[in-house]
Design a protein around this ligand. Sequence first.
Ligand SMILES: C[S@@+](CC[C@H](N)C(=O)[O-])C[C@H]1O[C@@H](n2cnc3c(N)ncnc32)[C@H](O)[C@@H]1O
Length: 252
Amino acid sequence: MSSKRDVPKKMGKSEERKEVVRTRFAPAAGHFAARAREQAPRISERVARLLAPLRGDERALDAGTGAGALALGLAPLVGEVVGCDIVSELLAAARKLAADLPNVSFVAGDIFALPFETGSFDIVGTIRTLHHLERPEKAIPELMRVTRPNGRLLVIDQLAPLDPPRAMEIDRFERARDPSHARTLSDQDMRGLFEMNGLTLLRQEVVSELRNVEDFLDGAGCEGEERERVKRLAPGETFEVEVGWYVLQLRV
Ligand SMILES: C[S@@+](CC[C@H](N)C(=O)[O-])C[C@H]1O[C@@H](n2cnc3c(N)ncnc32)[C@H](O)[C@@H]1O
């Protein structure tokens, strides 16, 4: 006879959302590891320029680290880097990549409830993560909470076009290829979010990146008929996206 305790508990909305993210990213850990290894040196160069001057003894966080692209880029620039994510397969891939880096570690952690003390980092970064969050406006205050007074936030993500129909078209394509995609924010949305939270924008760069649809679909593990359907929604065989790099200060 079954008791009440055998009845599976209904998942809350945020747990359901995390499951969508895990289902999407766990099988792609190898792809993200290869990308993190390849991109870390370029990320490092840009971050060094954007965050200059650095003392070299800072403690930094990469929230939504995936296989550690930003964490690996920060490692040669600061004293210590912690990467956190909710997908254990990605964290395992990140640990392998950072095996020879004694100042880098990875822990399980949700960007909405970070497992760190208030004010425990000098630099708090997140790259290519906000567009996967249904409520990015709730992540920013949590990233700020773990930043020390006068510390800096580094927010990096693809930007939506300012034209609303075009932005909707891009989001439709993104969601078709990747069910964990929520919404791409525009530069205006980003700035609104920062202003609303009292963050001071210190530096900003917008960088154009060329995306190849086939590579993009490989990364999402999109195959067969589904792949053909998504390709029909793509803006072209290759398409340009703008990526915003924002450095913000938490003034107190
Ligand atoms: C497109 S990937 C980017 C990964 C990595 N930052 C990079 O640029 O290679 C998005 C990442 O956001 C993570 N993510 C999504 N929701 C999250 C949450 N609530 N807390 C922490 N990480 C989350 C995913 O697990 C995934 O690693």
